[in-house]
Design a protein around this ligand. Sequence first.
Ligand SMILES: [Fe+2]
Ligand SMILES: [Fe+2]
Length: 173
Amino acid sequence: MFGQLSHLARRFLGAVRPGAPDHAEEQWALTKLNDGERALWRRMNNPDRRHAIEVAHKVVAELGATATRPVVAAALLHDVGKVESGLRTPGRVVATVLWAIAPSPWLDSWAKGSHLQRRMAQYRLHPAIGEQLLADAGADPLTSSWAADHHRPAAEWRVPVSVGQVLKACDDD
Ligand SMILES: [Fe+2]
Ligand SMILES: [Fe+2]
């Protein structure tokens, strides 16, 4: 629980820091994405793009030549489903805490609740939403599968376990 809270605190501090990723970093990320993926990338907010670039660099350092384009795209776009909720940092923190302490009971009722509750439920569903956005954008199946599976246990992953382990280890979610 303490680890989870300190992780949340770190992510919160990262998320309130304004500013786009460094220009060269952003250009590097764009070279790893196809046209449809680039359109999704541009919908992601600054903290999410900075986080995604950090994850992608770690993945490339870890996998070297075996970091294929779809794998790097998976690192860059694993959380893209968050764009649909429209939640800003405070709402995301509340949704993440609720998710950690009560994974599903609130989800069904909130999906039919107030505007804010519906957004939080949508945020909770970001893996499935991301998978659909990426499939519609013409992403490689590995990329869209990882968006869907990145919060699931390894036994349920559809990407090769060796690749999923690196993607997971390089992401601090
Ligand atoms: Fe996520
Ligand atoms: Fe992440």
